[in-house]
Design a protein around this ligand. Structure first.
Ligand code: PMV
Length: 333
């Protein structure tokens, strides 16, 4: 019997992956920050069995939906010995269900790390960059953005003219020391299931009137974001964060089948954030995932003033806030 357990973080995209090509490959390079508090913990047990079988326990309860999804996923992984094996997966998230934080990135990353360890049957000293690259490319097959969750700190995914950056797996990016503890306070404005899935959203980019312009813009934002993260230019990072968030939602609103995921309180909170920035000169910026919840990004040196602002001005517009920070990445338990 083989058994292992990994935790992996959720990540927030600074440059958004929106639109794909081929086998889960990105139409443009993306860049994200891994979180510290929002993580998935997954245990994998592999035993001999009559036939390939998958059993999934989510929050200690059997999940039929996940069992079906992960059966297909594990089968799709190249080179993995699955014949006459049972894969028992026991998984849970540290962030409560219904916070609007997608668990697919952290979940697929944690599982891919377990599977990559099973594949290689490595000892701890052999968890080198090649191991993480393989885990990243396997996580990608489950959910594109998950490939960036097999590392801590900042990571890029997608070709951008630099030889060490690939469409197949994510690559860590070293950044200015002032960003090592960058904060992300997640303002949960709405916790309902999304009306349109990310998979459908990516699909809309295939026949989108503005897709070529979006992919060009994302590439330009990507190289500017890399430079700003390296030089420590928070104003530039923040300007790009907000542009990316609004372009992402602009794409949704101008899709062949248009849709809106923003809520009135998302817009109200955005106005308050921008007013706060003008009045206090504190560089507080927002970004958005494919949903209505605001990710508030700021330097740790401003924590006290920003948290007070969130508590008094923004929380009345939201269900709750989760204070998170740039994280160290996955951990083998
Ligand atoms: O990985 P997916 O298919 O869930 O798509 C993620 C899309 C965004 O979260 C909106 C952007 C990103 O790069 O994470």
């Amino acid at each position: 019997m083989f058994t292992t357990t990994w935790t992996a973080p959720s990540n927030i995209a600074f440059i958004k992956y929106w639109g794909k090509k081929g086998p889960q490959l990105p139409a443009n390079p993306s860049l994200s920050m891994s979180l510290q508090e929002c993580v998935t913990k997954t245990q994998l047990e592999v035993t001999e069995h009559d036939e390939f079988t998958v059993e999934v326990l989510f929050n200690e309860k059997p999940s039929e939906v996940l069992t079906k999804k992960l059966f297909d996923y594990i089968k799709s992984i190249p080179d993995l010995d699955i014949s006459k094996k049972k894969f028992k997966i026991t998984t849970s998230n540290t962030f409560p269900h219904g916070t609007g934080i997608a668990s697919s990135a952290s979940g697929m990353a944690a599982l891919a790390l377990c599977l990559a360890e099973y594949h290689k049957s490595l000892s701890a000293s052999e968890f080198d960059i090649e191991f993480f690259k393989e885990a990243s490319s396997w996580a990608r097959l489950g959910s594109g953005s998950a490939c960036r969750s097999v590392f801590g700190g900042f990571n890029t995914w997608g070709e951008c003219g630099e030889s060490d950056r690939s469409d197949l797996f994510a690559t860590p990016l070293s950044v200015h020391p002032s960003f090592k503890k960058l904060k992300d306070s997640i303002l949960v404005i709405d916790d309902q299931e999304k009306k349109v899935s990310s998979t459908a959203g990516h699909g809309e980019m295939k026949n989108h009137l503005f897709s070529a312009a979006r992919f060009e813009s994302a590439k330009k934002h990507f190289s500017r974001m890399v430079s700003a993260l390296k030089s420590g230019d928070m104003e530039e990072v923040g300007t790009l964060l907000e542009k990316e968030a609004l372009e992402l939602h602009g794409m949704m609103m101008t899709s062949p089948h248009p849709y809106i995921l923003l809520k009135p309180n998302t817009l109200a909170a955005i106005e308050l954030v921008q007013d706060f920035r003008i009045q206090t000169k504190i560089p507080l910026f927002f970004t958005l995932d494919a949903g209505p919840n605001l990710h508030l990004i700021y330097l740790d040196t401003h924590t006290s003033k920003v948290e007070t602002f969130i508590q008094h001005e923004l929380l009345p517009l939201a269900k709750k806030v989760i204070h998170d920070v740039c994280g160290e990445g996955p951990r083998k338990c």
